[in-house]
Design a protein around this ligand. Sequence first.
Ligand SMILES: [Zn+2]
Length: 179
Amino acid sequence: MNGPLRGTITRDRERLVLRIQAMQDFMRGFAELLSLCRDRAACVIFPTDLSGVAAIGYTGPMSGSPNICKVPASSPSAGCHCVSGIMNALVKFRPDIGKDYAMSTTRQPTAAEAALIGNLWGSDGTRMFKAVIYDVKFTCLHTESMHTADGLPILTEAGIAHMGQWEIRPDNELLEVFP
Ligand SMILES: [Zn+2]
């Protein structure tokens, strides 16, 4: 192993990686519940101390209505009325005062979703979210509006760490946002 962190990786950091990966696995379970909507986004919000789960969400229509996407997966255009898993998790999120949070998602956030994540502020005057971890680079097939723009530059601007699941390694210094 090379780099400035050589020799500084502890068993604690290796355990942290396993715990974050467990949260990713938990999130992937909800991805199995996704309907035929082409926006296949599941999301789990958890405190950065990994002491629990704060909210879950997956893409679908309004709760209480049939779990069917109005636009067939084969259609070339967007326009379904599904709410993304990230937005569904955020609307159910009831943060504990004084805690920092991280998000585990199937895909990276769109620009609008990233802005929502950045809009949550903690009582200490810093943004509530410290990290976003995603399974895949942007793969949604929707072609219009909210599903097109890449949210990672907005997360960077907000100072929120973001990483693909393949970057969850003991030598990744972004993991320092997890105490
Ligand atoms: Zn849909």
